[in-house]
Design a protein around this ligand. Sequence first.
Ligand code: KG4
Ligand code: ZN
Length: 349
Amino acid sequence: MILLGIETSCDETAAAFVDDTRRILAERVLPQAKVHQPFGGVVPEIAARAHLQHIDRLVNAAMRRAGLSLADIDGVAATGGPGLIGGLIVGVMTAKAIAAVHNVPFLAINHLEGHALTARLTHDLPFPYLLLLVSGGHCQLLVTEGVGRYYRLGTTLDDSAGEAFDKVAKMLGLGYPGGPVIEKCALNGDPRRFTLPRPMKGRAGCDFSFSGLKTAVRLTLQRLESRTPQTIADLAAAFQAAVTDVLIDRTREAVKIFRTGWPEGSALVVSGGVAANQFLRKKLTVLTRAENLLFIAPPLRLCTDNAVMIAWAGVERFRLGRYDRLDFKPRPRWPLDPLASQRENISLL
Ligand code: KG4
Ligand code: ZN
């Protein structure tokens, strides 16, 4: 079974072909970072236009690379949400058109499910596993129980970790996207020169918060007498250390909860764009060793947004016969565990 996957939910236009033996037949990603760079963040209208301009070409390029024609595919999967509506419409309409013309099923994929299931493509991982999903739009700890079955242990109360990286990079004058530039700059910095807060660290539960940390960086910057490259590097290093410290503390709490219900030797999977961060990966390696958990981090190109994960989530859903109708409407908001906020409201009563 061969599926075409299409990803257009944020600022990467991507197409890929994947089969049900876990083979990636072709993958193409066109990052839009350059067009958004002057604005210091993703501009939704520009993103949608760029997706529209490039998606057909990318699908064709991936198809040529795989040596396939559209007549060879068994289904088309596209990110149906969550994400920026203009981009979602471009990907979903393209996928529906191909599915209709070639008379194959269309599958609308939750972008977060794409990140969540990647480890099953790369490592053939059985359910259940614990997932730390850290991207530009999300920061969550989830138990992945099965396809379409997720239990959210914690989420961010304000910004995602990726957003914090992006906003702090903008403040430090390092450019966009923030994660990679902060990571690079932090290599030359001393994380101990500035003391930054660790929001939520030590609290019960697994929720995150990054807005206070962001404000602390801004205030530290305002108090500086001069902004030398060394000072910026030190602040970048202090910020990266603080974010990582919070992520590790919250993940440790999640491991405790996960442990009570699941078998020995289960895995912690990290996914999403921030999972590309080597400093975070090192700390997660240490944590999982201490907790006797398997640690799985997909290759970097499959951690950031891509269409391979969408095609693969399509394969997983296709096997279960979970197709979508052609009247599916893209969903800017689409929680993986829709009951999570209800549970949290009840526990607050
Ligand atoms: O998963 P992703 O590609 O897109 C979303 O679904 O949001 O994640 C993008 C985010 C951006 O905020 C970017 O700054 C962050 O991932 N990121 C990183 C690194 N590479 C990308 N954050 C920290 N360190 C990195 N090396
Ligand atoms: Zn993503």
